[in-house]
Every structure is written in C-alpha cells, then in structure tokens.
Write a protein that binds this ligand. Structure first.
Ligand code: WT7
Length: 644
C-alpha cells in the first residue's frame, strides 16, 4: 500500500459492518463485474414487485445507448418506500423534521408518512394529475416537500423539482422545459429568521407558461397569500370529504420515468436528467445501505436540499427504501449561530451525518469551541459529497466532529449517476483524505487518456464507466442526441462523466475536478455558458467568459472576464450591477466573486474563447496548455497585469 497516512475503522465499527474487509469487498466486487446480472438479480429480490421482470439487463439499441433494467417488471417506488414497511416498521419514525425555530419539530412514523403521502396523492389525482404527467415542485425544506415527491411517485406522475434558490428566469426555463401540468409550492418559509415569500416568487416565474394548469400551495407560515383562479391551498383541499386516506399505488413499469432533475453542463440551456423507476430504486436502496452502513436503529441526517440529487437519492428514496429514520432540517448551518448543526446532532442523537465540504470549511473557521459545547458521541459515520474534499477539511471533520472514531465516506457521484459511483465501504477500507476510494459493486470504473487508452498508475485522465448501472440516467429529457454527444460518444463503450481523476497504487480513485465547463461553487453545479449568457444579457456587456478560481470556503468561486460595450466605462458600481444582474437571472449562488473588465479575450482564429487560459490566470498558474491555436497571444500578459 502507498505510504500516505491511512485511517482505519475501529474494531467496534468493523464488527457491525456489512462488509468487513477489503478481501470481502473485492470478492463481491469482482463477481459483480464478472456477472452484473446475477449480482443485481440478487439485490432486486429486496424489492416488492407487483409483476416480475423478464430480464435483469437488456440492450434495446446499443448504438443509441438504450437499454432496460428489470424489463417488464411492475412496481411502485412509493410502495417500496412506505407500504412495504408497514408490517414491521409502522411505528418506527421515518422522518424527523427540525424547523429553523428550535421548538418546531415534527415526527412522522412510517404509518403516518404513508397516510400523508396517500392523501397528498389523492389531492393530485383530484386535480387531474395522472400517470406520466409532469409536476414541477418548488418548495422550501419542509415535510411536504418530501411528501410531494412520494405522492407523485405513488400515482406515476413525473416530478421535476426546481431548486428554490434559483431566480425567476431560471425557474421559468426549467418549468417550461418539463412541460409540467401542475406546480406545487408553499406560501413561504423561514430563512435565517426572515420570511421568504415562495408563492410570490414562483408566480412571477410561471406568469406566461401555458402548460401549468394549476398551482397547489402548501400553507407553511403566516404570510399574506393571494390566490388566483386555479390556485389551491393544499390544507383546504385535503380537508375535503372526497379525499380518502388510502391511495392505491399505480403499477409502474420498471423503465417508466420517475423524475426529471435539471443540472448545468457544457451547454447554455439546462439539461433535464431523466431517471426511471426500478433501476433507480434498486440502486439508491443498495448504495445507501452499504456506504452508510445503515442499521435499523440509526438516525441519519442528510443536510442537502431536496432540490438537488443528493436530496432526492439520499434524503428521500434511498433511506426510505431501507426503512431508515431520516432527519431533515429547514435552515442553514450558520443561523441562529454557528453551532446549529452540532446542536441538532446532539438533540436528535444523529448517528450518520452527511454533508458537503463547503459546510465543513465554513464551520471550521469558527474553531472547535462551538463543537465542544455539544455531545456528538451519537455519531458513528460521517459523509461528504458534492466536490473534492481537501485533506485539511477532511482531517478537521474526522478529528473534531467524528472524534477520530467515525469513518468518513467521501462519496463521488453525480446527478446523472442517480447514486454513489465511487465511495468507501466504511468497515472495510483504510481511508486516505481526498480519495473517494473504490467503485461500488457493479461499477466498472476506469481512468483513460485522451486517445482512449488506459492511464498509468497516478496518471490523470478522464474518469469513465463501462456499461450502464441500474441508477444511471436514461436520457436528457427530450434531447437524446445531446445525451449521446455529451456522455456516450467521447469514449466509445464508456460513459464519460466529465471529471478528471487518477488511480493510485492502491487502486484508489482520486477525483481532481471537472474537465468541462461545469464549475462547482460550494458544491453547486453551474455551467460557465449559463453565467456568461446571463452577463451578456446586461445592456452594458459585449462579451464575457467565466472560469473558476480557488476559494477557501466555496472550494471554487467564479471569476468573470467582461468586455464592455463601446462607450461604457468600467466602475465599481457596474461590478455591483453585474453581480446583481446574474443573481436576478440565475440566482444568488451564481454571482461572480470577481469581475475583471478586459479589452479582449484569448481566442482561436475562429473566434472561440480559450477558457483554459483564463482558468490558468485565475489560478495563478502558468500552465496554459497548448498555445498554438491562440490567435492573440499578447492578451495573456495584458489580462494578467490587471488580475484581481
Ligand atoms: C459533480 C456532480 C454527487 C451529488 C451532488 C452533486 C463533483 C461530487 C464529489 C466528490 C469530488 C465530487 C464531480 C461530479 N463531485 N461529489 N465526493 N469528490 N468531486 O451532483 O451537481 O450533479 O455534480 O460534482 O465533479 O461530476 P452534481
């Protein structure tokens, strides 16, 4: 093994682990790669099927990368997350909701959650939502957010969640793309003590979207609410006599769509990642169990917003499919103070805590005093997701939150993958800070060179995966060719995930970062093209290029190079205006931290911006890559001399 410092699981942890040693992992892993169908067939026995499937995996059209997992099987995801548990776990707590106000706690047993979801599903049905209809959801972190997803799954409606931090314009685009018939939202919510009016925000977004026939509003806080025609308050609807407490789960085909979730990529427009019923359920269920080493009495907390894939897979579907107890928190880590997360862990005796490196880094700043005030001894396992975790943050997390007694699972995956691709089996793997370690069962991952050959040990290259896995996205909603172009065609026979990584002498994967124009800011995924087009839509801007630069808390932040239109002079006010403009167009998360006004940008002779040069400048690096196609070499020094 390599000589970096390694962190081993304790004997006590190991004894309770599903996978106890590297050898045990390797044996199952090898078998899962050799015969994936046999492997997933065993796993799928854990699912309740209304009708059995006829084959585990089958190519439908290899050229077009179309395939079926669990072909012809019939099932219902909400049934598998709720009804299935009623026999043994009806009284077990499924959901603990902790509101921003400390006294605002709601707990739902599996029986209660089943009831709430059934009622919600009946309200959707009453309003004409049927199998296959799209429903957009724009919600704060309240129980009804989770309930609304499961309600859609129950009746076979395809949910399409839009993260509630997006601006009106971005929200509008995403709702329009999905052609949703209904929008589910809330009147408002508390954010850092302030009342935010959700309904008003989202109403602006959908003003002229014709497809939306109705809006269902969950009343959450005391805030003025005006309803127009075809807008309904959920609590009123559910009271009506014809809303029953039971709702037959719709029989869904394995490959029927379960949800669409938008993400950013190399293209200007958002891409709707499509996930289907059976494969996604099987995959999130299995990965949740093994990587979090979930046992039946554990309280599990995932801090992600349900508006992201982490929330979908590991706050809603994965945990509930395992009959887990999930904690959900309404607020942010730094309100009312910087002890909030530690207080919640102590109060609810959280055993498994899953968060993002940016959260760790932002809380590290306050030192260990806020942590020491709380009893965190309930913790058994910690998790990290969304971006590479720097070793310093890893060690701080390990020593101060886990008290050097909890393994950290650094989970590498994507919206597209549905669930974990590379992550430690915590009872089996020695950990090395910064390494996501090894692939999950059935995941044939590798690192390739540009020319498709296999990279050497420790040689950086593209991370790829051979063969589809059950939780893999099926397409970009309505744009299959784009799906093929982005993910499939680059390395024939492999899925290309857009990340750069390397494999070390222990066979451990180290993820370096994105290779494309995706920028990860505080773990959130932004496309440089989206931000550039937002900048250019300002009347003062002629051209713009956006690249990342390293940021202590956010991991990466945005550096915008902007060419102003003729006659417009640079000023501090203009910097402010442009930042606000981007916030309005996309959302506050997309505000550039730095804006530098320039006269020209590095371009090829055909006029294409060479972003990697700007990226090197932003990183204070001289590593510009190949400069032979650069048409205006003088620009490098010019831009560098005025660097912010
Ligand atoms: C991209 C996917 C994974 C769900 C939440 C984000 C980066 C994610 C890690 C990690 C290094 C990571 C990758 C990936 N990423 N997790 N543990 N180590 N990088 O999903 O918004 O679709 O972003 O996030 O670059 O491709 P997403």
């Amino acid at each position: 093994m390599s000589d970096e410092k390694k962190y081993y699981p304790s004997k006590a942890f190991q004894e309770k682990a599903y996978i106890k040693s590297m050898e045990e992992y390797q044996k199952i892993y090898d078998a899962s790669i050799k015969n994936p169908e046999e492997f997933w067939k065993e796993v799928a026995k854990d699912i309740t099927w209304f009708k059995p499937y006829t084959s585990v995996f089958e190519w439908e059209d290899k050229e077009k990368y179309l395939y079926s997992w669990f072909k012809n099987g019939k099932l219902n995801v909400s049934y598998n997350c709720l009804d299935k548990h009623l026999e043994k776990n009806a009284e077990k707590i499924a959901l603990i909701f902790q509101g921003e106000e400390e006294s605002n706690v709601k707990k739902y047993t599996y029986k209660q959650l089943h009831l709430e979801v059934s009622r919600f599903a009946n309200v959707l049905k009453k309003h004409g939502i049927k199998k296959g209809d799209r429903v957009s959801i724009y919600m704060p972190m309240i129980p009804e957010f989770l309930i609304s997803l499961l309600a859609c799954a129950r009746i076979g409606a395809i949910h399409s969640v839009v993260f509630a931090g997006y601006s009106t314009q971005t929200t509008k685009e995403r709702i329009e793309f999905a052609k949703s018939k209904m929008l589910i939202t809330a009147d408002g919510s508390l954010r850092a003590g302030k009342k935010i009016n959700f309904k008003e925000e989202v109403s602006k977004a959908i003003e002229d979207i014709k497809d939306i026939e109705k809006i269902l509003v969950v009343k959450n806080i005391d805030i003025p609410l005006t309803l127009k025609e075809n807008e309904y308050i959920y609590q009123e609807e559910v009271k009506s006599l014809d809303i029953l407490d039971t709702c037959e789960p719709e029989e869904m085909d394995s490959e029927d769509p379960l949800f669409i979730l938008f993400n950013s990529g190399t293209v200007e427009k958002p891409k709707g990642t499509l996930h289907t019923n059976a494969g996604y359920l099987v995959y999130t269920k299995e990965t949740f169990k093994y990587i979090f080493n979930y046992h039946q009495d554990d309280v599990y907390w995932c801090t992600a917003d349900i508006g992201w894939i982490t929330g979908h897979s590991y706050l809603v579907y994965g945990p509930l499919a395992n009959a887990a107890t999930v904690l959900m928190y309404e607020g942010i880590p730094t309100f009312p103070d910087n002890e909030t997360y530690w207080r919640i862990i102590e109060k609810h005796k959280v055993n498994i805590f899953y968060t993002a490196p940016t959260v760790i880094r932002s809380l590290m700043r306050y030192g260990t005093d806020p942590v020491k005030k709380h009893d965190l001894s309930s913790l058994k396992l910690l998790g990290s997701v969304g971006e590479p975790i720097n070793p310093e943050a890893w060690v701080w997390y390990y020593e101060n939150i886990g008290k050097s007694n909890c393994p950290i699972v650094d989970t590498w995956w994507q919206t597209e993958s549905g669930g974990f691709l590379i992550a430690p089996f915590p009872g089996a793997f020695p950990l090395k800070p910064g390494f996501a370690t090894k692939p999950f069962f059935g995941i044939d991952a590798d690192v390739l060179r540009e020319d498709g050959s296999k990279a050497d040990v420790n040689e950086p290259g593209s991370v790829v995966i051979k063969k589809p896995w059950p939780g893999m996205m099926r397409t970009i909603y309505g744009e299959h060719q784009k799906y093929l172009d982005i993910y499939i065609s680059k390395y024939p026979g492999y899925y290309f995930c857009g990340d750069r990584g390397k494999i070390d002498e222990d066979g451990y994967f180290f993820i370096i970062g994105r290779m494309d124009d995706v920028i990860k800011v505080s773990g959130h995924r932004l496309g440089s093209a989206e931000i550039e087009s937002a900048l250019v839509s300002n009347k003062n801007v002629g051209e713009a290029a956006v690249v990342p630069f390293p940021h202590e808390i956010k991991g990466q932040a945005l550096y915008a190079f902007v060419i102003l239109r003729a006659g417009i002079n640079p000023s501090e006010d203009l910097v402010k205006e442009l930042r606000e403009h981007v916030a309005k167009e996309i959302g506050p998360i997309a505000k550039p931290d730095k804006i530098q006004f320039v006269d020209s940008l590095p371009k090829t002779s055909s006029g294409k911006i060479i972003r990697r040069i700007l990226r090197a400048i932003a990183y204070d690096s001289e590593d510009y890559g190949d400069l032979s196609t650069l048409y205006n070499p003088e620009v490098i020094e010019k831009i560098k001399s005025k660097k912010i």
